[in-house]
Write a protein that binds this ligand. Sequence first.
Ligand SMILES: [Zn+2]
Ligand SMILES: [Zn+2]
Length: 240
Amino acid sequence: MLFNKVNLRSFINQNCALCQLHHCDTSGLCEACHADLPWLLNPCQHCALPLNLSCNPSQGLCPTCRRGDSAYDRIRAAFQYQFPMNSLLPQIKYHQNPVALGWLSEVFARWLISDLETPPQALAYVPMRPWRALLRGFNQSELLCRALSQKLDIPVLEGALKKIRSTPRQMTLDAEARQRNLLNAFYAQGELPRHVALIDDICTTGSTAEAIAQALKMAGCEVVEVWVLARTPQPRHLDE
Ligand SMILES: [Zn+2]
Ligand SMILES: [Zn+2]
């Protein structure tokens, strides 16, 4: 496996994966680069959307979450989708650069441990249609999920969640079309644990999170969290 403890040890005495100037710690980064990452400091407590600093901090919710409900219980995101995340995550997804996923998953796992109250019983990943996985060569959501599973000692939900319908690429669609596009695209079956966390690299509109959370809850899950590395900011046309 790419991300086991042997590989983690190989970070020691190496240079920082980002600046290449200073020695890294066991996360793969130097202290300065770790601090400079675009940490998401003021997220909506439900969907992790970066909140405008003028928002009333006592409520902690974005306008959409104050108005409506969702199938997922909470999205947790470590970073804003800014540099270097907006450069690294597409590289991982489209250019098969799993090296960055090594230190990103380590930094993400440490952040999750510091932020977690009740650990889930299983981690799930966003399934792909088999031909899509074959074409791309790997599923970045699954790689991240398996890396976190090892680091957090939480099992992966195997085989229960399936993508049963092909869908057009989400990045070409607006929020409403994304939601329609994913309607009934996922299906969950079998004996499911009560509490599951879905792992993905980016959350843009939350449509994928919502569609998978619906499928998991219809199959019997009671609590579905969504853990993503990075959250994109609110598109302007969705602002209140
Ligand atoms: Zn550095
Ligand atoms: Zn929200």
